[in-house]
Write a protein that binds this ligand. Structure first.
Ligand code: HEC
Length: 123
C-alpha cells in the first residue's frame, strides 16, 4: 500500500517535471511563430485598392473632415495641380486633418502612392 502511494507520487513529480520543461520550451515556439508571421507580412506590396480599403476608406469614402472623395474631380483638381509628388509627400507626412500615411503605419511609401492612384484613377 505504502509502496503504491510512493510510486504514484513519483509518477506525479515526473509529470510536474515534464510540464516544467514544456513551459520552458513554449516561449521558443512562440518566437518562431512570430518570426514566421513577420515573413508572411512582407511578401510583396499591397495593391492600391487593398491599402485604400484598409486604411483610407473610413475618411475618404464619405469625406470626413473634408477628405477628398475618390474620383471627385473638383475636390482633387487643386491637389493634383500642386503636383503628384507634393500630394504623395503630404499623404506620407500628414497634412492638416490627414494623418501620416492615413494611419497605415506598416504601409510603404509606394503602397501609399498606389492608394492615391486608386483614389484618382477615374478622374
Ligand atoms: C482620419 C481620416 C483620414 C484617413 C484615414 C485618410 N485620410 Fe487622406 N485626407 C484626410 C483629410 C481630412 C484630408 C484633407 C486635408 C486638407 O486638405 O486639409 C486628406 C487629404 C489627403 C490627400 C491630399 C493631400 C494634398 O496634398 O492635398 C491625399 C493624397 C490623401 N489624403 C491620401 C490618403 C491615403 C492614401 C490614405 C490611406 C492610406 C488616407 N488619405 C487616409 C483624412 C484622412
Amino acid at each position: 500500500m505504502f509502496i503504491g502511494l510512493s510510486l504514484a507520487f513519483t509518477a506525479q513529480s515526473q509529470d510536474a517535471a515534464s510540464d516544467d520543461i514544456k513551459s520552458r520550451i513554449q516561449p521558443l515556439g512562440k518566437v518562431h511563430i512570430a518570426g514566421a508571421k513577420a515573413e508572411t507580412a512582407s511578401t510583396g506590396p499591397r495593391s492600391g485598392t487593398q491599402v485604400y480599403n484598409k486604411a483610407c476608406v473610413a475618411c475618404h469614402s464619405v469625406g470626413v473632415l473634408g477628405a477628398p472623395k475618390p474620383n471627385d474631380a473638383a475636390a482633387w483638381a487643386p491637389r493634383i495641380s500642386q503636383g503628384f509628388d507634393t500630394m504623395w509627400q503630404n499623404a506620407i507626412k500628414g497634412y492638416n486633418a490627414m494623418p501620416p500615411k492615413g494611419t497605415c503605419g506598416d504601409c510603404t511609401d509606394d503602397e501609399i502612392k498606389a492608394a492615391i492612384e486608386h483614389m484618382i484613377e477615374g478622374i
